[in-house]
Design a protein around this ligand. Sequence first.
Ligand code: HEC
Length: 102
Amino acid sequence: MKPIAALLLLLTATAAHADPFAQGNAQAGKNLFDQYHCNRCHMAIEGGDGSRIFTRINHKVTNPRQLVAQLHICGGNVGLDVTPQQEQDLGAYLNQNYYHFK
Ligand code: HEC
């Protein structure tokens, strides 16, 4: 059910050409990101604070849907069962700071 709800949300947002994570709270996303130490593996891969994983050449995520999919993959790494609201919050945080999807 959850992925379907997320997809519907995304489709609606995309159709309106609105911010795909308009329902998200970037600060809540950042808090979640820090709480789960999301960058700890990214750091090991990319060095620095790890955030280069989002901006490296040929980075994987090239649209909001892929971002949501990656949140679920990576959330699984840290035992976080990402809810639709958390998708929006984490998405808003990462989108505002790195991806800038419209
Ligand atoms: C267990 C290690 C690990 C943890 C913890 C982890 N990630 Fe990742 N993450 C990865 C790896 C590995 C990749 C690169 C995947 C690839 O290149 O195929 C990645 C890539 C990503 C990307 C895509 C970057 C791109 O190429 O555009 C996003 C977004 C992301 N992670 C978000 C998160 C979030 C949010 C969390 C915390 C909930 C998190 N990650 C925690 C290992 C991890």
